[in-house]
Design a protein around this ligand. Structure first.
Ligand SMILES: Nc1ncnc2c1ncn2[C@@H]1O[C@H](COP(=O)(O)OP(=O)(O)OP(=O)(O)O)[C@@H](O)[C@H]1O
Length: 464
């Protein structure tokens, strides 16, 4: 344990500082005015900052000069002062390894009057996600909307509740299902996936429940069902909205009782699995129109988790692009310029991250160098829509409506010129990061000076 010395003989927080070593995760003791009073060994091992003590937590963790809530982020300390209770939030912290997601828990320690006097801040790693390219993590992102989703993923993973992942195609539902499984107590058992789209009743039943030999023509041997394989682990039903009505009742019985019969068998079997389902369809509407069983809907929808579309987290584009480029060309360093990012940010991405990956892949193939410029992206986009025809399922969000049409039937507007797309992108980042220009410049991969120029801000502001 390490405690800061203050003037005078007594250190009122010293007994609490000793307590920090009792936690098996990084822990710090913070005063009401955000000063770090003590750190435990685990914190110093992982965050390595011997000089953290005496500094403000917002500077050490985020490099901010003002508390998080004043910088537009959730501040667990501010929240705990208000509530007097434990508060939890997911933040991206600076670490010696670069930015990392941290699940922060703040425990207020009251004084004699019951008012929060000190705070114990526990910081648990979030191994399922990365906030920098090259982190080796499959789930990448750092925008508030991504972090809010991640916080829910981290929470629900610890439970055994059925999760319903809702999101457009390519937004990462399968990846999140895998992250939930990997972070759960069932991680040492199987994660078994059934893609429900396009299955006939017979196929759905035999895939899920298995069949005995001779159950139907062509069943020459016994087949183990996915439900049996998922015993002890997680069953992931992708595109649950595509399960035929006739099969929904069998699924309901399985979920309610954990029991099933293999096709052609009268023997009742049992399987203990955690259920995760996903769909890009509006199940609620399907329930109303009678296409999806209401009772099944409530069974699978214990914990709904909405995945943001890529166009809702455009500020993640540079990070995602860098990370995907590493996956596309392992071992080869491919750089992406600000103009390429600006070009991408003018696009609506109906196919989300999967589509981003395809566009980057195409751009890499088309480019003669290892630097992707705006024109490479433009070319890659044109290959996809040579006639300037709109992607059929394009559903841009509000900020992008001016760039592309939202309804397939509406006339498609050409994207704006590159300069406008670039300015839109930078303005979106400015809004996202509450006007923190240094952060915006870093995220956009341009110098602070270029940022001012591109936003038409007077350079004189730089000296402020
Ligand atoms: N946050 C993320 N960070 C990095 N890569 C991501 C992220 N989310 C998704 N991807 C990548 O995007 C692609 C599509 O993801 P995934 O298959 O999980 O989407 P999906 O929502 O399940 O799509 P569908 O509904 O079409 O099945 C994959 O290559 C995945 O690795």
């Amino acid at each position: 344990m390490s405690v800061i010395a203050t003037d005078g003989p007594s250190l009122p927080h010293q007994p609490m500082a000793y307590m920090l070593e009792g936690y098996d995760c990084p822990a710090i003791l913070v005063s009401r005015d955000y000063q770090i009073l003590a750190t435990n060994q685990r914190y110093r091992q992982l965050f390595g900052d011997a000089e953290a003590e005496g500094q403000h937590c917002y500077r050490v963790s985020h490099g901010y000069s003002i508390p998080c809530d004043q910088a537009g982020e959730d501040c667990p300390l501010g929240a705990a002062v208000q509530s007097g209770h434990k508060e939890r939030v997911l933040h991206v912290h600076q670490t010696p390894r670069g930015p990392e997601h941290v699940d922060v828990e703040l425990i207020p320690i009251p004084d004699d009057q019951g008012q929060p006097q000190f705070f114990v801040e526990l910081m648990r790693a979030v191994p399922m996600a990365g906030a920098r390219a090259g982190s080796g993590k499959s789930l990448v992102g750092e925008t508030p909307v991504f972090n809010q989703m991640l916080a829910k993923v981290a929470r629900v993973s610890a439970s055994d509740a059925a999760v319903l992942l809702l999101g457009e195609s390519g937004s990462g539902k399968e990846l999140v299902a895998s992250a939930i499984h990997q972070a759960s107590l069932r991680k040492d058992k199987a994660l078994v996936t059934l893609e429900c789209a396009g299955l006939t009743d017979t196929l759905f039943e035999s895939e899920l429940f298995g069949h005995v030999r001779g159950a139907f023509t062509g069943a020459s041997s016994r087949r183990t069902g996915l439900v049996e394989l998922a015993d002890g682990g997680t069953l992931f039903l992708d595109e649950i909205g595509d399960v035929p009505l006739s099969m929904q009742v069998k699924l309901l019985r399985l979920i309610e009782t954990g029991t099933y019969r293999a096709v052609g068998s009268s023997q009742l079997r049992h399987s203990d699995f955690r259920l995760v389902c996903a769909t890009h369809k509006n199940l609620k509407r399907m329930v109303e129109s009678g296409e999806f069983r209401r009772d099944l809907y409530y069974r699978i929808n214990v914990f709904p988790l909405r995945l943001p579309a890529l166009r809702e987290r455009l500020a993640d584009l540079p990070l995602l692009a860098k990370s995907l480029l590493q996956r596309i060309s392992p071992g080869k360093e491919i750089h992406i310029t600000g103009s390429a990012v600006a070009e991408l940010s003018g696009y609506a991405f109906p196919g989300n991250i999967r589509e981003l990956r395809n566009i980057l892949n195409r751009a890499v193939i088309l480019s003669d160098t290892n630097v992707l410029e705006g024109q490479d992206i433009q070319q890659a986009l044109e290959i996809d829509w040579p006639d300037s025809a709109p992607p059929p399922e394009a559903l841009p969000s509000e900020p992008l409506k001016q760039l592309n049409s939202s309804a397939p039937s509406e006339a498609w507007e050409a994207p704006p010129d590159l300069k406008t797309a670039e300015r839109n992108y930078l303005q979106q980042l400015m809004a996202q990061y509450q006007g923190d220009k240094e952060r915006v410049a870093k995220v956009a991969g341009i110098s602070l000076r270029s940022l001012y120029r591109k936003l038409n801000h007077k350079l004189v502001e730089l000296s402020k």
